[in-house]
Design a binder for this molecule. Structure first.
Ligand code: GDP
Length: 302
């Protein structure tokens, strides 16, 4: 239900328009596909993905000799899911180590919802009975450390921090020692998100990762890039830049509740080949969900 509520804007802008299109046309023709294309583009599905989808739909219509638009409607949902899953199947799976410390690194520019996501995930894992620690690795932005502490208090987990301006790699080192001393299960690490200077960003992330790798072979177990769904195609550009500076293993797409252009999920998956692992559907502690493409697409059209 929360999932459905959170997607109401996208449903109105995207799914309802498709439903309306299907109701208006009596037979599937070139105009029908042109209008469908327009709706998909408007929903930020992404140009290449839209072209792929339309081509496949046209082939299906030909192969099955379909003329009734309502028969195309179910094919649209099927193809959307199929396109999403053309890489690997993902239903929010996170590489959790069962018997040892799992380290998850969060990257992304300021304001996308990185701190909020860390707080929400800490809450989710704590509810699963796991011992969670947060590392305040964004030592650059004023207020970032305090903000993470607010979430730590809210959720009831420890935050390892140094003072503003200190070396983030040193914060990670301390956080790992602390996690070991407390036999923590999961360490969630914040990082600074300056895109203005790519070289600095890369150096800082590399240094942080080096410390983590040295302390725990095989870690970080996930590098999650946080993107703001309301920024649309700009989110795609950010993702491309972060892909150049570090190995991103998954995406958290925030503020999906705040956009009518939820097609961006498909564009990200299809154009970057990075799975979306979680979606943010609000500002509160429980407003984070593992991303399941079938649930998403069928939820939109139901
Ligand atoms: P950071 O700078 O990347 O750490 O971003 P913050 O975590 O401070 O989030 C920036 C703003 O976005 C805050 O006002 C959050 O409450 C809000 N926010 C984060 N995630 C979501 C979400 O999924 N939905 C909505 N509506 N707001 C969100």
């Amino acid at each position: 239900e929360k999932f459905k509520d959170g997607l109401s804007k996208t449903r109105n802008n995207f799914a309802n328009k498709v439903n309306d299109l299907v109701a208006r046309y009596r037979k599937v023709d070139e105009d029908f596909f042109e209008e469908l294309e327009e709706i998909l583009i408007q929903a930020d599905v992404g140009f290449n993905t839209v072209m792929e989808l339309i081509d496949e739909l046209k082939m299906e219509v030909k192969r099955k000799n379909i003329s009734d638009p309502t028969e195309v409607q179910s094919a649209i949902s099927e193809k959307l899911v199929e396109i999403y899953q053309s890489g690997e199947k993902t239903t929010g799976h996170i590489n959790i180590q069962e018997d040892s410390l799992t380290v998850i690194l969060f990257v992304g520019v300021n304001g996308v919802g990185k701190t909020t996501t860390i707080g929400k995930l800490a809450h989710m894992y704590k509810q699963q009975g796991k011992n969670v620690i947060l590392a305040a690795g964004d030592t650059f932005r004023a207020g970032a450390i305090d903000q993470l502490e607010v979430w730590g208090n809210r959720v009831g987990v420890d935050v390892v921090k140094h003072s503003e301006g200190s070396d983030p790699a040193a914060v990670m080192f301390d956080a790992i020692q602390s996690a070991r001393a407390k036999s923590a299960d999961i360490l969630l690490c914040d990082t600074a998100g300056r895109l203005q200077n790519k070289v600095n960003l890369m150096n800082e992330l590399e240094k942080v990762k080096r410390v983590i790798e040295r302390e725990i072979p095989g870690a970080p177990h996930e590098v999650l890039l946080v993107l703001d769904a309301t920024t649309g195609q700009n989110a795609l550009l950010q993702a491309k830049t972060f892909k150049e500076v570090t190995n991103v293993s998954g995406i958290v797409l925030t503020k999906l509740d705040g956009t009518a252009k939820g097609g961006i999920v498909l564009a990200i998956r299809n154009e970057l080949n990075i799975p979306v692992k979680f979606v943010g559907l609000g500002e509160k502690m429980d407003d984070l969900q593992a991303f399941d493409p079938e649930k998403y697409v069928y939820g939109l059209f139901s």
